[in-house]
Design a protein around this ligand. Structure first.
Ligand code: 6PG
Length: 257
């Protein structure tokens, strides 16, 4: 496969498996560059249903030298036990962590066995004390992930940054609690951390996301996903044909395998 060299914009794929394989290719490219430049690769993963296939493809990569130097964090989590079907940890463990040779001590779960605010504070402490991030965080900066993987909800949310939520205005915390009486309380990374990343990749699949992807691609304001914009990094969207079906012609590139 000779994938296009892209670090920004929207790339559309006809087949789900080709899209997932391309994302594995980009992941490994970013990881190898990070390890070569800084000795370590730090990524943050999103939950939900979309990424399960990608995680299983990623787990198939047996490059021990990459996995040994990889640290995996979570973009957000529902505050439920890890056995709960709603747990992002459960989905990530079943599809990635348990299938790939990343050292268990290199996996940084969002704590869940506590009040949401305490879970957020413990996760923030993990982020601040993680040696790889320490320099930036210590200087009042924000941890710089090499890669943040995001999904897109039909209401324009990403991570657990929902429309109208006070956490959208958070400018200093690294992680915050997101009370949600209707479903599950959550903890999420905040915009300052997400937007400090070197690479941000949205993975969007399915016809049901076509409307919202077109609105985000059109930079419609007031959508949480529209406020994801890396200060110094690369932002791109990987979408299947269904999710891309309402994009303006010419606003994306098709990758025809
Ligand atoms: C979560 C995710 C969330 C997700 C979107 C899309 O914990 O739910 O972090 O931001 O990426 O809701 O979810 P689907 O992939 O299930 O459509």
């Amino acid at each position: 496969m000779s994938p296009p060299v892209k670090d920004t914009g929207i790339l559309v794929f006809n087949k789900k498996t080709v899209l997932e394989d391309y994302l594995v290719f980009k992941w490994m490219e970013i990881a190898r560059r990070a390890i070569s430049e800084r000795g370590l690769f730090a990524a943050a993963l999103s939950g939900g249903r979309t990424p399960a296939g990608f995680f299983r493809s990623l787990a198939g990569g047996r490059d021990e030298s990459v996995w040994r130097n990889t640290h995996l964090f979570m973009v957000d989590e529902r505050i439920v036990p890890h056995e709960d079907e709603a747990s992002n940890w459960k989905m990530m463990d079943e599809n990635l962590f348990s299938r790939c040779p990343v050292p268990r001590e290199n996996i940084h779960p969002i704590p869940t066995g506590c009040r949401p605010e305490d879970c957020a504070q413990r996760y923030e402490m993990d982020l601040r004390t993680f040696s790889f991030f320490k320099a930036e965080a210590a200087e009042g900066g924000f941890p710089v992930f090499d890669l943040v993987h995001l999904g897109l909800g039909e209401d324009g949310h990403t991570a657990s940054l929902f429309p109208g939520s006070p956490v959208l205005k958070e400018k200093s915390r690294l992680a915050a609690a997101v009370p949600d009486a209707s479903r599950h309380d959550r903890v999420t990374l905040t915009y300052p951390v997400i937007n400090s990343a070197r690479n941000i990749i949205f993975l969007v699949m399915g016809e049901d996301k076509a409307g919202i992807l077109a609105r985000v691609a059109g930079k419609e304001r007031d959508l949480p996903a529209s406020a994801v914009f890396p200060q110094k990094g690369h932002l791109f969207f990987l979408a299947d044909r269904g999710a891309a079906s309402r994009l303006r012609p010419g606003s994306y590139e098709s990758y025809v395998e």
